[in-house]
Write a protein that binds this ligand. Structure first.
Ligand code: GLY
Length: 308
């Protein structure tokens, strides 16, 4: 039995071809990378790779993490010259003695290992940044939702990270890749490239990954927390519920904030949950591919109109 899970319906198109590469004996990380690479290259996805929205100064930076286990993971942070952030993170894992490389050194390392230098800011993303900075209601220093441009994380139309979990008879692997929060303070890093925050994979206990407002994720070591609950015997659904309840209890959550979580055991039992309605994920298994809404939604409110 093999299984492929990913966040948001924009990750749907490559699911069948990625699943085909997840046959018994294959490396599950290759299948997860297949989806991450395709989303990063798609200029219509405004939260990942080329096409991602820039920071407050109009500069774009990409973050990614790949993980197989506590001993095998790599992060590339604040890339400004290469689009293939997930591939850069995999190179950190496979070709460096380190676990995290950030900034100009991460670009240099990726390019020295064969990833091409490319322009990161797509024309449509530049236009949206121009519109944002000329918005008279925008106050410098405030986060996007405070500036009247909110709901960036709540809906299918404007959100977040692609996270992929793959499982087969070889084990588990995960990838998380993002351009981060739109109009972020230059230098801001979210949860996605931080092991245990945006993604955590343990070969014996399971894997979890998270999309949404990174600021709510980091302090709770959220992905690690989900896997730790599974280690203690919780099923994936209960582990996700515990995490989301913890976030709500311990942090100020704005009405625009969203979190979407997916988790899987080493045997391929999975669950998904979100803070609010609007989150979708994609699953492929022996029964085919479908876009799903999570069975667990913590805050009871209407589904956003733009969710698709
Ligand atoms: N979850 C992506 C970010 O906050 O950057």
């Amino acid at each position: 039995m093999s299984l492929l899970l990913s966040t948001w319906s924009f990750s749907r198109p490559e699911h069948e071809s990625a699943f085909a590469s997840l046959a018994p004996g294959a490396d599950p990380l290759d299948a997860a990378m297949h989806i991450a690479n395709a989303v990063e290259a798609d200029p219509d996805v405004d939260s990942v790779g080329y096409g991602g929205l820039p920071d407050a100064n109009g500069g774009i930076s990409l973050d990614a993490l790949v993980m197989r286990s506590p001993a095998e993971h790599g992060s590339a942070i604040a890339l400004t010259k290469v689009r293939q952030a997930a591939a850069a993170a995999r190179l950190v894992m496979e070709k460096s003695p380190h676990r995290i490389i950030a900034g100009p050194g991460a670009d240099d390392f990726a390019m020295q290992n064969g990833i091409p230098e490319e322009d990161l800011l797509a024309p449509a993303a530049r236009e949206r940044w121009e519109a944002w900075r000329h918005n008279p209601t925008q106050e410098p220093g405030k986060r996007p939702w405070d500036a009247g441009l909110g709901r960036l994380y709540r809906t299918e139309g404007g959100h977040d990270t692609v996270c992929v979990l793959a499982q087969n008879n070889q084990g588990l692997a995960g990838v998380c890749t993002t351009s981060g929060m739109p109009w972020k303070t230059p230098g801001r890093v979210g949860d996605s490239p931080i092991p245990g925050a945006g993604l955590y994979v343990h070969p014996r206990y399971g894997a979890a990954t998270i999309t949404g407002t990174g600021e709510l994720v980091i302090g709770n070591c959220a992905s690690f927390s989900v896997v730790e609950s599974m280690r203690q015997g919780a099923d994936p659904s209960r582990a996700i519920a515990h995490l989301l309840e913890l976030v709500l209890a311990e942090q100020p959550v704005k009405e625009e904030d969203q979190l979407g979580v997916i988790a899987v055991t080493p045997e391929g039992h999975w669950a998904a949950g979100s803070l609010r309605p609007g989150f979708k994920y994609v699953v492929t298994d022996s029964e085919g591919t479908r876009v799903e809404v999570p069975e667990l939604v913590i805050i009871d409110e209407p589904v956003p109109e733009t969710a698709s």
